[in-house]
Design a protein around this ligand. Structure first.
Ligand SMILES: Nc1ncnc2c1ncn2[C@@H]1O[C@H](COP(=O)(O)OP(=O)(O)OP(=O)(O)O)[C@@H](O)[C@H]1O
Length: 771
């Protein structure tokens, strides 16, 4: 069969596989589709040669070939057109009368015919099927085709966009090329110039090579030096470590010293309290004693008057008794006379009656005198009783007096003891306080931010100042915001706008006390105009809450100096106040300020207009010649002076055309203390300075030379505190930053160790130096 199949003509329709169709380019596929000539492979069957059937004409199949096997044997048979026609035109070949053969041929013919019909039906079915399949294939192809068309359209648009981009790019590239060409020309020019330069450079290189050699030698030397510096650096690091270690130790010591200071302060407080109560007790006892003495005196005088009364009463009584005795005697004599007369002479009845009346009256007198005597005796007993009582109360008063005297003695002993303890505590406190200040550094910086004021203008609410809350910076840190950048600073203390005058003063009060202990103390305010310097230093002395550092310091100094008088200290205070404006010194305490001519009442007593000069004496002390120095004994006098100075300043202000913010104010209090008991003497100075606005210093052209001359406190052996004042409004942030930077530099300064000006009673205390 296979060999026969090989001889079969090829199928009528070319078979095209589906995959093959997909491979065909789209336009060609369309053509194929349009002609509907493509026949799917599945529809093509291998045709069985009809000759097999037809051949049977020549070699009819055996009887066994027909029957059940027939369908399977001929099921796949196909007919060509010629074969069908041959089948239809076929005529029986048997002999006319050979019916059997004819029948057989007919049967055979029928059979083939049936096969042919069946084949036709099958072909028809296949055709229909194929037709359906082709239709659906066509539809899907058409869909694909339209999809592809859409895609193509999109692609075309994309490509158009790309093309326009490319065109643009092309244009810009062209421009670039033109530019590049221009640059190329320039480069060529440069190249020629560089070539020239290269030649020069080569020459230079040669000279540099020489220099390089030299430099290498120098580097070698420098390396040697660097090594030695490395060694030194290591040594310095070690030294630094040891310093840090030492610093740590000092910190611990500082803490212990602080603790003991606190303890001593507490003890001092309790001692002072005890002393106070003892003093009150002592005073009340003294009052009681005076009262007792008065009541004793009264009792004594009462007793004396009573004794006198008794004596008088006794005299009276005696007299009355004598009278009575005399009357009784007279009565007896009269009675005897009557009896005698009756017996002997027998006188007239009238005379007798007269005598009886006389006797009766005498008896009455006698009884009344008796009554009087009884009353007097009663009075005498009462007076005696009273005398006894007053004797008793006088004894009691004397005993109470003695007891009080004893208590007062005890109290006086205790008071002396407490005062001694207080003195010792005070000495210890001073020592510890100074140790603390030395450890903290003798120049300290506080920062104070004033509140926003209505004058700061609208739109100034945005906060440019913040305070860090970390443990190490709490109360000591401040951050300034400028153009979105934060600038942090740390000082010994930072006061926010909420801090009161008292809050600030509490922090400096110990420093102020150092002036009483014999140190030079300098407190000055620094900052731009309107930042609160004058408010901090002077405040508003008329309003107790708003008094500044100057009045508060002076009050404290007077209070403490008074309390120290119990320990034998006597202080003498001298105040002076000057203003420096345009490098000229003005005496603010000079008597005749309004006339514009300074001081008539001067240190040397010379009247007239003064030329103030700054002088330094042999001991390194500084003073201003001809400056008015006023002895002050009470805070009242100081207040008066401050008012006078403020007035003088305001007079000057008008004369200087409201430029007071360019002037510096220096208040100086010189303190001289002498202890009568210990023969100790101290000399302290308190300088309180309100500087000119920091921005004006440079703008005004004032160099500050005069100020520097009058401020030896800053550089020497004094305790110095700088208060840097800051305005919180955003428009001042630039000046605030300058002030804070300057303050940070001051904070990093180291000045000498402060010297206490103390001695055993010495020389002339009438003239005290300024610093
Ligand atoms: N802590 C504060 N609380 C309330 N008001 C304040 C405070 N600090 C300053 N002020 C007010 O701000 C204003 C300016 O302050 P002040 O005159 O003290 O500034 P200043 O720095 O001394 O200026 P100048 O350099 O011109 O003398 C004043 O009206 C003052 O009362």
């Amino acid at each position: 069969m296979a060999s026969r199949n090989q001889n079969r003509p090829p199928p009528r329709s070319p078979s095209i596989k589906k995959e093959a169709v997909d491979d065909i380019p789209f336009d060609k596929r369309r053509k194929l589709g349009a002609g509907r000539t493509a026949v799917p492979t599945s529809t093509v069957r291998t045709r069985q040669a009809f000759t097999v059937v037809n051949n049977r004409q020549n070699a009819p199949p055996a009887a066994s070939d027909v029957g059940s096997a027939e369908a399977s044997e001929y099921g796949n048979i196909e007919f060509s057109k010629e074969e069908v026609e041959a089948l239809l035109n076929e005529k029986p070949k048997a002999k006319k009368y050979d019916l059997k053969a004819k029948m057989e041929q007919m049967t055979e013919h029928n059979k083939r015919f049936k096969l042919c019909v069946k084949w036709f039906q099958q072909v028809d079915e296949n055709h229909n099927l194929e037709k359906e399949k082709l239709r659906s294939a066509l539809e899907s192809s058409e869909k694909k085709c339209s999809d592809t068309e859409m895609e193509m359209k999109n692609r075309e648009e994309e490509l158009n966009a790309i093309v326009s981009d490319l065109r643009k790019e092309n244009d810009s590239l062209r421009e670039k090329v033109a530019k590049e060409e221009f640059e190329k020309l320039e480069t060529i020019e440069n190249l020629s110039r560089e070539t020239e330069a290269k030649v020069a450079a080569e020459k230079l290189q040669a000279s540099l090579s020489e220099q390089l050699e030299k430099a290498q030698h120098e580097i070698a030397a420098a390396n040697k030096k660097a090594n030695s510096l490395d060694d030194m650096y290591k040594r310095l690091q070690e030294y630094n470590q040891s310093l840090q270690h030492y610093n740590g130790k000092l910190q611990t010591e500082l803490e212990t010293v602080n603790d003991s200071l606190k303890r001593v302060e507490k003890e001092k407080l309790t001692i002072v309290e005890n002393l106070g109560t003892l003093r009150t007790h002592y005073n009340s006892l003294q009052d009681q004693l005076t009262l007792s003495r008065a009541s004793q005196d009264e009792a004594v005088s009462q007793k004396e008057s009573l004794v006198n009364d008794v004596r008088c009463l006794r005299g009276e009584l005696q007299q009355v008794r004598d009278d009575r005795d005399r009357q009784v005697l007279r009565l007896q004599a009269l009675t005897a006379e009557i009896v005698k007369y009756r017996e002997t002479t027998g006188k007239s009845l009238a005379e007798l009656e007269l005598l009886a009346t006389k006797s009766k009256s005498l008896e009455e007198t006698c009884s009344s005198q008796r009554e009087h005597i009884r009353i007097l005796e009663h009075q005498l007993t009462a007076a005696n009783e009273k005398l006894k009582m007053s004797d008793l109360s006088s004894l009691e008063t004397r005993m109470a007096f003695e007891a009080h005297k004893k208590i007062v003695g005890d109290l006086q002993d205790r008071l002396a003891d407490a005062e001694r303890q207080l003195f010792e505590g005070e000495t210890l406190r001073k020592k510890l306080h100074n140790t603390i200040l030395e450890l903290k550094g003798n120049i300290r910086v506080f920062c104070r931010v004033r509140p926003l004021l209505p004058d700061d203008g609208a739109g100034q609410e945005a906060s440019v100042i913040s305070y860090p809350t970390s443990t190490e910076s709490l109360g000591r840190g401040i951050e300034l915001l400028q153009s979105g950048q934060k600038f942090p600073f740390t000082f010994d203390k930072v006061f926010s706008h909420e801090a009161s005058q008292q809050d600030v003063f509490v922090e400096i009060s110990q420093l102020v006390q150092s002036a009483l202990d014999g140190y030079k103390v300098c407190i000055f305010a620094y900052g731009q105009t309107g930042s609160g310097k004058t408010y901090t230093m002077m405040g508003r002395p008329e309003a107790p809450e708003q008094k500044g550092l100057i009045p508060r310091s002076l009050e404290q100094i007077f209070q403490i100096s008074q309390s120290l008088s119990a320990q034998g200290w006597k202080y003498k205070m001298q105040a002076s106040m000057l203003e420096i404006y345009n490098e000229t010194i003005r005496d603010l305490l000079a008597v005749n300020q309004s006339s514009g001519s300074d001081s008539v009442r001067t240190e040397n007593g010379v009247p007239g207009k003064q030329q103030y000069t700054i002088k330094h004496d042999a001991n390194g002390n500084t003073y201003v010649s001809d400056l008015t120095i006023v002895d002050v004994c009470s805070i009242k006098e100081i207040s008066l002076l401050l008012r006078q100075a403020a007035q003088a300043r305001s007079v000057g202000k008008t004369q200087m055309n409201e430029q007071s913010s360019r002037s510096h104010l220096v208040f100086t209090l010189r303190i001289s203390g002498i202890n009568e008991g210990t023969e100790q003497q101290v000399q302290g100075v308190l300088n309180l300075i309100d500087l000119a606005g920091s921005e004006r210093l440079s703008k005004s052209g004032a160099t500050g030379e005069r100020l520097k001359e009058t401020q030896p406190c800053l550089g020497g052996d004094s305790k110095t505190l700088m208060v840097v004042n800051i305005a919180p409004n955003p428009s001042s942030v630039g000046e605030s930053l300058c002030s804070l930077r300057f303050a940070a530099r001051v904070n990093a300064c180291e000045i000498g160790v402060p010297r206490r000006q103390t001695s055993l009673r010495l020389v002339d205390s009438s003239r005290l130096s300024c610093g």
